[in-house]
Design a protein around this ligand. Sequence first.
Ligand code: GDP
Ligand code: GDP
Length: 455
Amino acid sequence: ADDRALLDRGDDALDTEVAAGPLPVVAVIGRPNVGKSTLVNRIIGRREAVVEDVPGVTRDRVAYEADWVGRRFTLVDTGGWAVDAKGIHLRVAEQAEIAVELADAVLFVVDATVGATDDDEAVVRLLRRAGKPVVLIANKVDDQRTEADAAALWSLGLGQPWPVSALHGRGSGDALDALLEVLPEVSAMGGAYERGGPRRVALVGRPNVGKSSLLNKLVGHERVVVDDVAGTTRDPVDELVEIGGRAWRFVDTAGIRRRVHQTRGSDFYASLRTQTALEKAEVAVVLVDASEVISEQDVRVIQQVIDAGRALVIAYNKWDLTDEERRHFLEREIERDLVQIPWAPRVNVSARTGRHTDKLVPALDTALASWEARIPTGRLNAFLGEVVAAHPHPVRGGKQPRILFATQAGTRPPRFVLFASGFIEAGYRRFVERRLREEFGFVGTPIEISVRVRE
Ligand code: GDP
Ligand code: GDP
């Protein structure tokens, strides 16, 4: 990485980023019950230092800051996933795949007392494809007698199995030493789990809406910083861009710049690229071509952002190509197709002329502030009390379900839990969401509302 050139610019935000660099990321993966959480607790010494609760596509991943013999790294626990209707196999693969994608190295935990199962074999195939360094943990080797169980895991073809007892600590030091040998000093993953540092923005939208044009416009000339971390051979993943006097990290720009020209039918790959970018980002700018009719694909990308729980800004690009008639129809299309998300900040831009690109930063700031907003429990309940009193839930089967109490369980995005005396219908939930938005804003962020029924 060309650190010197960066420092010479004297830009504080960029200096800090490069001087420290994002910590390397280690993902702990494996089947349920093999002892991942136990191992994570062993490594972090039960300090419960949650760095970030990342809303994943499938399940939350939890990131901790850890260190071993003075080397710091981010440890990502994928321990908490549950069995669902699709069956455990699919879940394991999905969860592991995302965690591995965002990691610099992997601790793959296998229960040595059980031996390698089909699920373990599936994970091995995934690890081969990903090509990340792997340390194989043969867990639950509590004493010398069971060490032969560990040796049996050579059959997985991942090199040496490290016999470990996560429960008692036996062997974990040697395994961690082996991990440090394959772990880079600085993450090549663009700090997907870091707090602080430049905000991470995903620029998404269907092919040809102008993503690379806008990126070029924002980047200008001298201010481009290709973030080629630690001389890795991978594509430069992200770009640091200065807009409005601050550094922003545009994630996965390689995917934008490569300009694989998508033919029809390759929606699947476009959507996969969007998904990867969203995983790394805090906020997404969805570009829509204002000169063309809003398409199903535009709506789908916006829905992907909402489902991923990221903050959202919609930019209508190619404004220079619109005339009064087109703008009239655009408003109609927005009313028809995007009526459910009146809360997304909107900017009308032109990547070609640069029109209104300076309006992006305030829109991003607003969306991110909402995404991180926390409503005090007292205020929340006082407000909900009024709402419920004025508009009670309809009576069903002679009973009236009531909302007893609510709390904000999380942020990024805001997540609310309603405790209720009975089943709360979807329509009423949407009503509550609308009223929450009217009262508290939440401009630019999806919000999640779940209900727990108290018997
Ligand atoms: P996870 O689902 O992979 O996160 O697994 P957990 O960490 O929750 O562990 C599952 C069970 O295995 C728990 O009952 C642990 O106490 C137990 N366990 C974890 N590590 C060890 C170990 O090294 N030895 C033994 N005997 N049990 C362990
Ligand atoms: P991407 O596939 O989303 O990265 O889109 P590109 O940036 O490659 O843009 C697709 C085409 O639209 C190119 O021919 C651009 O020159 C053109 N384009 C992008 N933004 C604008 C704009 O604001 N105005 C006009 N007139 N053309 C644009």
